[in-house]
Design a protein around this ligand. Structure first.
Ligand SMILES: Nc1ncnc2c1ncn2[C@@H]1O[C@H](COP(=O)(O)OP(=O)(O)O)[C@@H](O)[C@H]1O
Ligand SMILES: Nc1ccn([C@@H]2O[C@H](COP(=O)(O)OP(=O)(O)O)[C@@H](O)[C@H]2O)c(=O)n1
Length: 320
């Protein structure tokens, strides 16, 4: 099984700082940032037949039918080639949520919902200020108030839905930008840990399936492997490198061998993740049972996690 896209939804009132924070998170943590509102504004300008209709929705602060917004988001997700997304300003009402579950529910994993909380008076002041230079037809007092009403009536119930699923991470969006950024990074850490575990599992599955191309595609250009090869670190860039790595006994597995990752310990530092665990290979075939201590260094860049370094040391007998 390949790696499913991981999605963080970013919600909050109009002007709460979604775009500002997503832009920096994407730069510093390596996510692909997609703004539903921005994609709709681009579609409006593109001269498409929906242009006039979109213009009315945007000006009035109404939420456009999900077929349109999700169609644009899905296309942009595929075009990006990434697997880690910040989706900003979506899902914003029940129609958005139902459409997501219907069309994307099985295709992507929602790892968390980042929710920027901010009082209306602060939002209003920010939007009016943004309106001085944004050129947006909805950055005026009348549109801002309509958008805030839409947010309260239709978006907050969506946040409550995610809250009941345990996915919401609340951040006070009224503080200064650096403080909000530090708090959003902290709020994202458990979602990032789940992304890294999923990437690790997908890469080990590629190894156990002997899919060297899929394995290599998850490596940085300068990735290396060291440990049970009994020699210095070797390159882990191309499918042939991965083959060499496997032939040196580094992976201690055969096609389809089930595995468990025991006692995982993870540290996330910006866009770098360090993960150590004990990999137990087995599945009932006692002759094959072996354990390997592995440490993987992952780099979050360009919308994906890529392996930078793998260290492993085989443990001869997994059984006491
Ligand atoms: N923490 C903050 N403090 C002060 N101003 C902010 C903060 N975050 C964003 N802004 C400003 O407020 C306006 C709205 O931010 P933006 O990120 O565009 O919000 P949203 O995408 O939620 O509508 C922008 O002009 C931005 O520069
Ligand atoms: N899922 C979405 C997101 C935005 N939109 C539209 O796009 C407008 C601008 O959204 P935005 O996220 O760019 O901006 P803010 O309102 O958050 O400042 C909204 O007021 C809606 O009219 C939508 O219809 N559906």
């Amino acid at each position: 099984m390949g790696l499913k896209p991981n999605v963080v939804f970013v919600l909050g009132g109009p002007g709460s700082g979604k775009g500002t924070q997503c832009e920096r998170l994407s730069r510093e943590l390596g996510y692909v940032h997609l703004s539903a509102g921005e994609l709709l504004r681009q579609a409006r300008e593109s001269g498409s037949e929906e242009g006039a209709l979109l213009d009315e929705y945007l000006r009035e602060g109404r939420i456009v039918p999900v077929e349109l917004s999700l169609g644009l988001l899905r296309k942009a997700m595929i075009a990006s080639g990434g697997t880690r997304f910040l989706i900003d300003g979506f899902p914003r009402n029940q129609d958005n949520l139902d459409g997501w579950e219907r069309i994307m529910g099985k295709e992507a994993d929602v790892t968390c919902v980042l929710f920027l909380e901010c009082p209306e008076s602060v939002l209003e002041a920010r939007l009016l200020h943004r309106g001085l230079s944004s050129g947006r037809s909805d950055d005026n007092l009348e549109s801002a108030r309509k958008r805030f009403r839409t947010y309260v009536e239709t978006t907050l119930p969506v946040v409550e839905h995610f809250q009941s699923c345990g996915l919401v991470r609340r951040v006070d969006g009224s503080q200064d930008m650096d403080t909000v950024f530090a708090n959003t990074c902290a709020a994202l850490s458990d979602a990032m840990e789940r992304e890294v575990m999923a990437a690790t599992r997908a890469q080990i599955e590629a190894a156990t399936d002997n899919d060297t191309a899929a394995y290599a595609a998850m490596c940085c250009d300068d990735a290396t492997g060291a440990g049970c090869t009994g020699s210095a670190a070797i390159a882990l860039k191309t499918p042939a490198d991965v083959e060499t790595w496997g032939s040196k006994g580094a992976s201690a597995n055969a096609a389809g061998t089930p595995f468990e990752l025991l006692n995982p310990r993870m540290q996330i530092m910006g866009n770098v993740a360090l993960l150590s665990y004990l990999r137990q290979n087995g599945g009932g075939d006692a002759g094959r049972e072996a354990a390997v201590e592995e440490t993987r260094v992952w780099l979050g860049k360009g919308g994906r996690w890529r392996l930078k370094h793998l260290h492993c040391s085989a443990i001869k007998s997994a059984q006491p």
